[in-house]
Design a protein around this ligand. Sequence first.
Ligand SMILES: NC(=O)c1ccc[n+]([C@@H]2O[C@H](COP(=O)([O-])OP(=O)(O)OC[C@H]3O[C@@H](n4cnc5c(N)ncnc54)[C@H](OP(=O)(O)O)[C@@H]3O)[C@@H](O)[C@H]2O)c1
Length: 348
Amino acid sequence: MKASIMGGSGYVGGELLRLLARHPQTEIQSISSQRYAGEPVYRVHPNLRGLTSLKFQKENLESTRDSDVVFTALPHGKTMTIVPQLLEMGSKVIDLAADYRLKNPETYERYYSRKHVNPELLARATYGLPELHRDSIRKSNLVATPGCMATAATLGLAPIVASDMISSPTIVVDTKIGSSGAGSTPSTASHHSERSEGVRPYKPAGHRHIAEIEQELNSVGGSQIKIAFTPHAVNMVRGILATSHCFVKPGTEKKDVWKAYRAKYEKEPFVRMVSDGIGLYGLPNPKAVIGTNYCDIGFETDPHTQRLVVFTAIDNLTKGAAGQAVQCYNIMNGLNETTGLDTTALHP
Ligand SMILES: NC(=O)c1ccc[n+]([C@@H]2O[C@H](COP(=O)([O-])OP(=O)(O)OC[C@H]3O[C@@H](n4cnc5c(N)ncnc54)[C@H](OP(=O)(O)O)[C@@H]3O)[C@@H](O)[C@H]2O)c1
């Protein structure tokens, strides 16, 4: 397979290259960057020194011609116009930005404050969450991979919502995210002396990922799920922990929750249930998934408040972005779904 990466100098582009450079069925045809055109990729991604002799090329659609798949790891708004041209040139596209995730153009406009210029493509695009849309991904030539925090929240909640266990359609989702979630462009918020050693809530209401989490959860459950979502910037580089609070029907027991997760995820290669509650590692912790495509899920029931609390841990750049994109790439091309994704996190 020939693959190209647009937006290769960013954190997601670098993670795509880390995974694809060792993917046994893939030759990387081109990797683009405006700022670093002509430079070897290891100047920007030092972990790749010796792994590839690729150089960045200026952003140019022609350099992707003949690629079986083009990964677009560019800012949202930008991929909106590029994706239709890539499809016309005959490549399959995996878009890692937000422009093709939402089905409803009005919802897109409300959350992204801009009109969608290709609303007709939204119906054709597949939401790239394999655990929910594997069959559609297989047949699709345009896959939009989910937002990182949306991946964590949706994977944790989908089996619960689908099982008709909850008593209130409003679910509170609290996430903690590392600094790479904001991309590689520096800002005051990412400055070491501001970010380090702090826990900063941001966008406490109205975060963009709400739109896709609600879209996906309402597609698996019949009710009108509402997500009350608040993220926090914490002192990690990679990683997300999503803590979701659902209110459940009286009589809901742990065994019902286990049954729901087993039914949905028993055969999933990248979902691990981490819910024995024993010792230090009895519930998910992002540290145990960093650099991998795993999504660790755990839960506890709280009869005192009729609450079910669900914990989901992922690496925002891997299962939250590039790893998930490679998983979709494998599915779209009839390859073993885990190809190129066989990595283990470090410990300690
Ligand atoms: N970071 C995450 O955890 C994460 C997770 C899921 C999805 N995503 C999405 O993935 C995409 C890439 O994210 P990222 O974190 O890799 O961002 P990033 O580090 O800021 O990289 C953005 C890339 O886009 C290129 N680019 C081209 N035109 C640009 C423009 N007009 N403005 C800014 N950059 C431009 C940049 O390189 P040159 O300027 O050199 O061309 C760079 O390679 C975004 O849509 C993001 O929302 C990110």
